[in-house]
Design a binder for this molecule. Structure first.
Ligand SMILES: *Cc1c(COP(=O)(O)O)cnc(C)c1O
Length: 356
């Protein structure tokens, strides 16, 4: 394929939104990246073009059978003015893991990082600078054959769009109330849980809606076979601090391997804190709470980085964790990862890539 990205700039730039009232995923920048795949020809025609609607046949396969994958990462305006990405090569590696599961042809990971960087440079004026804000990057791939038979598509589009987003915690990091989901499941081993694919999200909406109705922010997902072992919290990976050790469910096929999860494990180990990747049951968490050894619980993901859990409701049995406050370890991980992302703390792990 040609590694030259054709750039067609808009002659009608949009007015910028109020960068103090962005929220998440409401605004999109002036440009987008697209590249096409055709069987026999491979990925071709990479280009940056004005942000625009897609024109697709109603029979386009992604609308009917959901053959698609996506990613999520951010560009940060550092305190010294540099533009930084956090481990973007990991997102592109994960695209190919998701692709493999969804029968989508692999992309060139290095080229995809380059495409992200070029697009961010073209729209760099859209990177917000207020504390905690960032430019959210959404790469995704859709199956585009106009065909209603069930089989993998022969054509695809790889698209990257950008959205300036506000601080996740405008009033400071805040614990959430979580409903332990004993009925619906998110994923099962052998399914698509480890792939970042839209169907997993579609399958999770009903539990989320019902949890909201009960006054909870998100659900804690249990395993699909016994409804016993903990998997994830909402769309984040989950960690528990019990008796000085940190425990997170092992990756066994139903859990999405988060980059924030991996970064958190590496950080904790570098601080001399023991991390166990293993099965952990909801009973074990409640027993630890009873014994007084459950110290902290938190989710990890790109959007929030760390989301402390202040309360759990398991079949009406409600427990409060760390008095409903953010624990010291949760706060330390949050400050360290965001500190590295905004260039305030030395990047000892080689996680940062500068866009220039
Ligand atoms: C994306 C995602 C995560 C978090 O992954 P990060 O790479 O840390 O952002 C966790 N769980 C699910 C289900 C996800 O889709």
């Amino acid at each position: 394929m040609s590694y030259e990205i054709r750039v067609e700039k808009t002659n009608m730039p949009k007015p910028k939104p109020d960068m103090t009232k962005l929220g998440f995923g409401n605004y999109f920048t002036d440009h987008m990246f697209i590249m096409d795949y055709t069987e026999g020809r491979g990925w071709h025609d990479p280009r940056i073009v004005p942000y625009q609607n897609l024109c697709l046949d109603p029979a386009t396969m992604v609308f009917h059978y959901g053959q698609a994958i996506f990613e999520g990462l951010k560009a940060y305006k550092a305190v010294d003015g540099r533009i930084l990405l956090f481990r973007p090569e990991q997102n592109m590696r994960r695209i190919n893991i998701s692709n493999e599961r969804m029968c989508i042809p692999p992309i060139d990971e290095e080229f995809a990082v380059k495409a992200v960087k070029e697009l961010v440079m073209v729209d760099k004026d859209w990177i917000p600078e207020e504390e905690g804000t960032s430019l959210y990057i959404r790469p995704f791939i859709i199956a585009t054959d106009p065909y209603l038979g069930v089989r993998p598509s022969h054509t695809y589009k790889f698209i990257i769009i950008l959205s300036p987003v506000g601080a996740y915690y405008p009033e400071g990091i805040n614990p959430v109330k979580i409903y332990v989901e004993s009925n619906y499941v998110r994923a099962v081993r052998g399914g698509t849980g480890y792939a970042k694919t839209p169907g997993n999200y579609a399958a999770s909406l009903k539990a989320q809606v019902e949890a909201h109705e009960k006054g909870y922010t998100q659900v804690l997902w249990l395993d699909g076979i016994e409804r016993k072992y903990i998997e994830e919290v909402g769309t984040m990976n989950v960690f528990f601090k019990i008796g000085g050790r940190v425990i997170t469910p092992a990756l066994q096929g139903s859990i999405l391997p988060g980059i924030t999860r991996d970064s958190t494990i590496q950080l904790l180990r570098s601080w001399g804190i023991e991390v166990e990747e293993r099965s952990i049951s909801i009973e074990e968490v409640y027993e630890a709470h009873q014994k007084g050894t459950l110290e902290e619980a938190f989710g990890t993901g790109t959007a929030a980085v760390i989301s402390p859990v202040g309360e759990l409701n398991w079949n009406g049995n409600i427990i409060t964790i760390n008095e409903g406050k953010t624990g010291p370890l949760s706060a330390r991980i949050y400050e360290t990862i965001t500190g590295i992302q905004y260039g305030k703390i030395e990047d000892k792990f080689g996680w940062i890539q500068e866009v220039k």
